[in-house]
Design a protein around this ligand. Sequence first.
Ligand SMILES: Cc1cc2nc3c(=O)[nH]c(=O)nc-3n(C[C@H](O)[C@H](O)[C@H](O)COP(=O)(O)OP(=O)(O)OC[C@H]3O[C@@H](n4cnc5c(N)ncnc54)[C@H](O)[C@@H]3O)c2cc1C
Length: 380
Amino acid sequence: MPYLSTWMDDELAAFRDTVARFVETEMLPHDARWRAQHHVDRETWKRLGETGLLCLDIPEQYGGAGGDFRHEAVVYEELSRRGISGFGQGVHSICAHYVLNHGTEAQKLRWLPRLAAGDLIGAIAMTEPAAGSDLKGVRTRAIREGDVYRINGSKIFITNGSMATLLMLLVKTDPEARRGGMSLIMVETEGLAGYRVGRVLDKMGMHAQDTAELFFDDVRVPVDCLLGGQEGSGMHQLMADLPYERLIVALAGVAAMEGGLEATIAYTKGRQAFGQPVAEFQNTRFKLAELASLVRIARVFIDDCIDKRLKGTLDSETAAMAKWWITDTQQKVLDECVQLHGGYGYMNEYLVCRMFADSRVQRIYGGTNEIMKELISRSL
Ligand SMILES: Cc1cc2nc3c(=O)[nH]c(=O)nc-3n(C[C@H](O)[C@H](O)[C@H](O)COP(=O)(O)OP(=O)(O)OC[C@H]3O[C@@H](n4cnc5c(N)ncnc54)[C@H](O)[C@@H]3O)c2cc1C
């Protein structure tokens, strides 16, 4: 019962082979070391840029590959199905899309080619110690002083945080404003006075990801770094781009389930107990049948979301449905995959063990699953 995504074609299949080869030879062999050092190698970003595997759906005129979301999807899938969770390609692309969708022409020309080349590593810095779901509560403040913004505050849980050289930073520019007075400022961090990366945070999973705290102490950034050039547009810009972020989270969830299930089928066929392969117990067969059904439902749903994204019709409620349902399902599926591996499923050297630990945060970041239900319920 092979299933082929509606959006796949021969060109994408050839592209998938290229991506898979890159991941197998230039990423997978380093994953254990990346997990131990809590970040991927800086050179890997550069290698992806040189190979043309960053910013695949950014137009060529801005240095991107000129593809569409299907090309990005192939990369997320090939990474996630192999459990490569430290490489923050998603937030890098999301950062680029904020610039593409909301930046001035000068801003696009300034940052997109360097993001596509891997010369800049992107991050999105919204969450603060006292404000995550409720972003209107952010306290990081940018005060305009002539040609610069003076920024003070801090951010936490920032993916790519320690290595990022271009931040999409959510700040308050007008704390008195009725609608929040929020703005997005693009901050180039290299050599920036007053900017400091704090701890790389010690997490439950995703150990190769350099999730970090960031501090801003009288940081001065030119006013032309205000995204789109209009103060107070931050919340509107965020609302427009969050469905894209949620689609990526959900897609990574589907690919992780597919990879975990494949590994579990292979494992249970090879593992013997009571004189027969574990795969032949009725419980195992029924569990695998249930998991395969859940994974197929998730796949068909995500493919529909991808089709909608390609047509420009992916609405925020549908993206929220995909994000909560798929990431909840991802955790159930991977939990069963661990169970079917027995004690080996609890060992980090096994893919399903790493995937299970890595998957927990999928229900939390990109907007918690409770916030997703809040969004969906408002549309009913
Ligand atoms: C590994 C990791 C990577 C991350 N990467 C990034 C990043 O790159 N950039 C970034 O800006 N942030 C990032 N985050 C932050 C993440 O987006 C937030 O943690 C998340 O949005 C939740 O915010 P919070 O932690 O403040 O929880 P809170 O908002 O304090 O929520 C606590 C609990 O209350 C619930 N809750 C809150 N409000 C409601 C409500 N209205 N109705 C019902 N329940 C509610 C939540 O669902 C949750 O269960 C990351 C987090 C992690 C753990």
